[in-house]
Design a protein around this ligand. Structure first.
Ligand SMILES: CC(C)(COP(=O)(O)OP(=O)(O)OC[C@H]1O[C@@H](n2cnc3c(N)ncnc32)[C@H](O)[C@@H]1OP(=O)(O)O)[C@@H](O)C(=O)NCCC(=O)NCCS
Length: 337
């Protein structure tokens, strides 16, 4: 028998602390960095984001993932013992090792599963879902838990007004289950791409074998995120639109066949520019960047969960997920919900 895969449950979790633009303005002012609520709102569309309290064990990366995963399991009517595989997308893990997947497995008591992390930055959930789909299609896995979770606060440079205003913390999860190959509801196709030549657009210089963190480098904040925002903006619009169109084309579809588009949530202006290029109405684009900022690998699963829970996404509809992120990584997944 041949198999396909489909999402049967979704869930999200965010830290409690709502950080509004007004709070950010005050925080940066104390560091001698000038910004304004108006600038952040108009240039990014972000109104607020959530930021983890690192002293609170319930707000660490795998704790947020745990909470999101429990909600996804409840929706799917499954328990932790049903999970065969945990694919955990993050670029801000609990620890360099062991993997966040192992932390999560331990927290859930999902001891039948094996797990691994994927670092494709903001494209992580797409990469993870595509990986789970392949394992399920091959028959080796029946039930997979795919997570996109980030606690980016420790790698943000609060003196860099260009980047620190954009990001937030959160987690999204999906239960992906085996279904017969001829099922109407299934992941139709997934398409992953990367271009390592563009690494300099978004990276963290120190903390790996390229550059150890020394006190001098720490003082220079080389362990914090560096971003070329303007260049990234242009690349983001192009790669998101191209990836979406290529995926539709490979499935002999056009944007007219789409019910929902769930792009990576980096900046509301990027999302609008992509919708414009695709000639696709914003009413059919799921957006949560205004309330949560860019939560990297968590943006797509949390936006998807929101649309799923509030009933906007209906059974049988066609949904396209498209992401881009540091690397550069990008890709799309098309599914019939
Ligand atoms: C970063 C970003 C919001 C900047 O917006 P922008 O409209 O491109 O702004 P620019 O970079 O052209 O900067 C315009 C001016 O605003 C200033 N500026 C930047 N951040 C600011 C802030 N927080 N507050 C006030 N002014 C700011 C710049 O210094 C610049 O001033 P200058 O003209 O005197 O040099 C935008 O480029 C972006 O979202 N890029 C993509 C980032 C991204 O997607 N990252 C994650 C990838 S997964």
């Amino acid at each position: 028998m041949n198999f396909a895969a489909r999402i049967t449950g979704t869930g999200s979790a965010f830290p409690k602390n709502r950080v509004t633009n007004s709070t950010i303005v005050k925080k940066l002012a104390k560091l001698g960095v000038e910004t304004s609520e108006k600038w952040i709102r108009e240039r990014t569309g972000i109104q607020e984001r959530r930021i983890s309290d690192l002293e609170n064990p319930n707000e660490r990366n795998s704790s947020l993932a745990f909470s999101a995963a429990q909600k996804a399991l409840d929706m799917a009517g499954k328990s932790p013992e049903d999970i065969d595989q945990i694919i955990y997308a993050t670029c801000s893990p609990d620890t360099p090792l062991p993997s966040s997947a192992c932390w999560l497995q331990h927290k859930m008591g999902a001891y039948k599963a094996w797990g691994m992390d994927i670092n494709a930055a903001c494209s992580g959930f797409i990469y993870g879902l595509a990986t789970a789909e392949r394992f399920i299609r091959s028959g080796q896995v029946v039930t997979s838990l795919v997570v996109g979770a980030e606690v980016l606060n420790p790698i943000l440079n609060w003196e860099d007004r260009n980047s620190c205003i954009l990001f937030g913390d959160g987690a999204g999860a999906a239960i992906v289950e085996q279904t017969p190959e001829d099922s109407a509801r299934q992941i139709l196709s997934s398409h992953l791409l990367s271009d390592g030549s563009l690494w300099e657009l978004l990276y963290v210089p120190a903390g790996g074998s390229n550059m150890e963190v020394t006190p001098e480098r720490y003082a220079k904040k080389l362990h914090k995120l560096r971003m070329k925002g303007k260049e990234l903006f242009k690349v983001a619009v192009k790669t998101l639109a191209d990836s979406a169109l290529q995926t539709l084309k490979k499935n002999h579809m056009t944007t007219d066949d789409l019910d929902w588009f769930v792009p990576h949530q980096a900046n509301h202006r990027i999302i609008e520019a992509v919708a414009n290029r695709l000639d696709f109405p914003m009413e059919k684009v799921l957006v949560n960047v205004d309330r949560f900022g860019n939560t990297s690998a968590a943006t797509i699963p949390t936006a998807l969960d929101e649309g799923n829970r509030d009933g906007r996404i209906k059974q049988g509809q066609t949904v396209l997920l498209t992401a881009f992120g540091a690397g550069l990584t990008y890709g799309s997944i098309l599914m019939r919900w």
